[in-house]
Every structure is written in structure tokens, then in C-alpha cells.
Design a protein around this ligand. Structure first.
Ligand code: COA
Length: 117
């Protein structure tokens, strides 16, 4: 972390999610994603790409801050079509984030910059 800024990036193979169908692996998904994220991804035909993108974002958030944090403490929400990070724990008021994500058939990548307030 440089002064009050941190950065995180992560790349994920979409096949990790494509081979784990949501309907047969609900517990797996519920350990990583909150309900709103699951509902969002399942709306799309390429839901595995969307899940991989969200997973990449969550790993990037974890890399961007110094405190330990779990996947379910991080919620990806939307302002229009733009993703935003919301923390669901005591760190909520301590950080601002900027985030971007991209996904193709094989890979998804997420990048996050964290500002400690
Ligand atoms: C927004 C846009 C850049 C997304 O690019 P893409 O290559 O289709 O998709 P990517 O995989 O790179 O990115 C998708 C992610 O970008 C994010 N995103 C979507 N729209 C966004 C926007 N306006 N601003 C920031 N992020 C955006 C979302 O998080 C999305 O993933 P998610 O919905 O799973 O969370 C693209 O759809 C676009 O509008 N391009 C402008 C040119 C254009 O209109 N082309 C089509 C006609 S030729």
C-alpha cells in the first residue's frame, strides 16, 4: 500500500465456474457470492463468465487492502451497468474503491484500486 492507496488484480479461468453448474453446486456458490450477485449472474446466458468476473473482482479487492476479509464481506453492486464495491463488514466506512472487470469465453479479469479513508 502506498500511503492510502492499494491496488489488486486477478485473472480467473471461466471453466472453473462453467464446470460447476449452479443448480448442482449451490453451496459452493453461496460460500463465495451473496444472493444479489447470484441473481445477477444467473440472468445471463454466459453466467459462468459473469461469476468468474465477480470472483476476479473479489480476489482483487482482497489484494488491494491490508486487512483480512472474506468473499461474502464483499458485495458487487451496480450503478447502471457500472460495477461498484460495497463492503458488508466493519471495514465498510474505511475504504473507497474503484473497480473494473472484463470477461471473455476463457478468462475474466478484475482490477481494483482501494483508497483508505
Ligand atoms: C460497456 C462495454 C465497454 C463493455 O465491454 P465488453 O467488451 O462488451 O464486455 P467486457 O467483458 O469487457 O466488460 C463487461 C463488464 O463491464 C462492466 N460494464 C458494463 N458497462 C459498463 C460501463 N458503461 N462502464 C463501466 N463498466 C461497465 C460490467 O461490470 C460488465 O460485466 P458484468 O456485467 O458481468 O459485471 C461495451 O459493451 C460498450 O458499450 N462498448 C462501447 C462501444 C459499443 O457500443 N459497441 C457496440 C456497438 S458496435
Amino acid at each position: 500500500m502506498i500511503e492510502n492507496l492499494g491496488i489488486g488484480i486477478d485473472i480467473i479461468e471461466v471453466s472453473r465456474f462453467r464446470r460447476k453448474k449452479y443448480e448442482e453446486n449451490k453451496n459452493f456458490y453461496k460460500k463465495i457470492f451473496v444472493k444479489s450477485e447470484i441473481n445477477y449472474c444467473l440472468k445471463f446466458k454466459n453466467s459462468a463468465e459473469r461469476f468468474a468476473g465477480k470472483f476476479a473482482i473479489k480476489e482483487a479487492v482482497i489484494k488491494s487492502i491490508s486487512e483480512k476479509i472474506g468473499f461474502l464481506d464483499i458485495e458487487i453492486v451496480y450503478v447502471g451497468r457500472k460495477p461498484r464495491i460495497r463492503l458488508k463488514n466493519s471495514l465498510e466506512k474505511k475504504y473507497n474503491f474503484i473497480v473494473s472487470v472484463s470477461h471473455e469465453k476463457e478468462f475474466a479479469i478484475g482490477i481494483v484500486i482501494a483508497e483508505k479513508i
